[in-house]
Design a protein around this ligand. Structure first.
Ligand SMILES: [Zn+2]
Length: 72
């Protein structure tokens, strides 16, 4: 399913595709390129907070670490 997300900065509406109705992670506005952390519960956006590029890099590093642990 696709969830609509309205960018708090430029008010453009974007969407993300989800396998289920739960999501928590980074979202980048397609128009103004602002980064956010979004939380979706039962198909509705419950929070959208600004995310810095540095914080996103840290998130990516964490994901990489998790992948490494899964392989072992
Ligand atoms: Zn935007």
């Amino acid at each position: 399913m696709a969830i609509k997300i309205k960018c708090p900065s430029c008010e453009s509406e974007g969407s993300i595709s989800l396998l289920n109705q739960e999501f928590s992670g980074p979202y980048r506005c397609w128009k103004c390129r602002s980064l956010y952390t979004i939380n979706i519960h039962e198909g509705a956006v419950v929070s959208i907070e600004p995310l810095s590029e540095e914080a996103l890099e840290k998130l990516k590093e964490l994901e990489e670490l998790k992948k490494k642990f899964r392989r072992q």
